[in-house]
Design a protein. Structure first.
Lengths: 92, 92, 92, 92, 92, 92, 92
C-alpha cells in the first residue's frame, strides 16, 4: 500500500479496510459473496480539525466502524472508505 | 473482563451490560430467548468532554439505559454497548 | 420512599408520581384500570444546569406534567418518571 | 379568581381565557357546544426570560392567541392555558 | 382607521391590507368571491428587533407579501394581518 | 426599465430576468410556451448584509440562477424575481 | 478552456469535469450513453471562505466527487459543475 499524496477535508478520515481472509485455515478459497464485509481498518489520512470537533483519530490508528459507514473511494487502484470522524465507533 | 486498551470519541461511553442470570434459583437453565435483554451495565470507557456537554459519567459507574440504546460492539470476544451520554437514564 | 443515592444527567429531573387513591371515600377499592394515570408528582432528583437552560425546579417541588411525559424508571422497586425540565407545565 | 402561588418555566405564560357569555342579550342560555372557544385572555403568570428571548408580556396583559395555542391546565378548579410567548399574536 | 394601542412581539409586523375596490369603474358592484385577495398593505405596528434580525420595516411602509402570508386578526372590528418580517417581499 | 424606489430585506436580491427573444433570426414569432424560461438576469436591488452572510452580489451584476429559484414579483408592471443570495449560481 | 471572468459565492467551487475518452484504445468511438459520467475534475473557481468553513480547495486542484454532486452550469459553451466544498471527497 503506497503512501497517499492527496488530502481530505476537515473532519474526515480515509480508512483502508482490512481485507477479509480469502482462504480458510484448511485452505479452501471463499467466494466473494461469502466474505463478511470488513468493518475494521487502518486510518491512512486525517483531515484538519473542525470548529467544535477536534480530530481524535490519527494516521495509523485501527478503527472499528458501522457496516454502512463511509463512501467507497478508489484511489490508484486501491479501495478506501472516506468517512466522518463520528462514524468511528472504537479506536483499537 | 480484561481492561480495554482502546479509546472512544468525545461524548461517548462504552458499557459492559450486566449479564442476565442463566440459571433460575431452582437451577433451571433459561434458554436465550427467555432472558430479558439487560438495560443496566458498568461503564468501562468514557470519551472526552464535548463542547457544551461535559461528561457526567465516569468509568465504573453503573448506568441504566433504554432498551434500544447504543450500538453493539464486540471487542476481544466480549460484547459491549457504545452509547452517547444522553442515552443514560440513571447513574446508580 | 427512601432517599435516592444515584444521580441524573444535566437538564433532567426525576419525579415520584402521586399515587392515585386506591379507595374511594366510601371505601370501595378501585381496580387498576379505573385509576387515572397521575400527572402530578414530587421532584426527587434534579440534574445539573445545562448551558442556556438553568434548572428552575428543585427537589421537593410538586410539578404538573403532560400525560405522556417522561420515561418510566423502576429504582429499588419504586416507580419514577425521568423527564426533561421543559416537560414541566406548572410548579405548584 | 384567586392569586396563583405556583410558577412556570422560562419563556412561558399562563393565561386565564375570557369566558364566553353564557346568556345571550335576550336571556337565552347557550349550550356549551354553541359557545365559541375564547381566544383572548388575561396573563396571570409569566416565566423568566430565556436567552435570546426576553419576556415582552407581563401579568395583567390581555393577549390574543391562536385557536389551538397552549396546553389546558386545571389549577384549583380553574382552567388556564399554558403557552409559549411566541403563541401571543397581539397584546391589547 | 383608528390608531392601535396594543403591541406585538419582536420580529413581527401588523399590516392593514389594502381593500380591493368594491365597484368597477363602470359602477358595477363586484361580489366578494370575485375580488382578488389583496397582497399589499400598510404597516401599522412593528415589534422590537430580534437578535440577529433587526427590523427593516417601519410603521407607514407599504409592503408586498405572499398570498398566504400572515395570520388574520380582527381588532376593534378591523381586519389585520400579523406576519413575521421575512414574509415581506418588497417595501414600496 | 425605470429605477426602483423600494427596498428589499437583508440577504435578498431582486433580479430583472433577461427576456427571451420573441423572434427567431428568420423572423418567425415564437409562441410563449415555446420560449425557454430565462435563467439569467440583472440585479436591480440588493438587501443589507445578514449576520454570517455578507452580500457578495451588487446592483448591475448579471447572475445565473436555477430554473425554479425566486418568487415572481410584479412592480409597476415589470416582472422581477426576488431571491435569496444563495440562489445565485454564477456572477458573470 | 478560456479563463473565467465571473465569480461564485462563498463556500462554493466550480469544477471542469474530466472528459471521458471518446475513443477506446482500439479506436472504436463510444456512443455517449456508454461513457461513464466523469467524477473527477479540475477546480477553476473558488468562492470566499464561509464562517466556520475555510476553503481548503484551490484553483488547479484535481478533485474527486460523488456521482450526483453539484449543479451543471454552461458558461461560454463549456460545461462546469458548481458544488459546495463538502461535496469534495478527495483532493488528488
Amino acid at each position: 500500500m503506497a503512501e497517499l499524496k492527496g488530502k481530505i477535508l476537515a473532519g474526515k478520515i480515509l480508512v483502508k479496510p482490512q481485507e477479509a481472509e480469502e482462504k480458510t485455515q484448511s485452505g479452501i478459497i471463499i467466494p466473494d459473496s461469502a466474505k463478511e464485509k470488513p468493518q475494521q481498518g487502518t486510518v491512512v489520512l486525517v483531515g484538519a480539525d473542525k470548529k467544535d470537533e477536534p480530530m481524535e483519530v490519527k494516521v495509523g490508528d485501527v478503527v472499528v466502524y458501522g457496516k454502512y459507514s463511509g463512501t467507497e473511494l478508489n484511489i490508484d487502484d486501491e479501495d478506501y472508505l472516506l468517512m466522518s470522524q463520528p462514524d468511528v465507533l472504537y479506536i483499537a
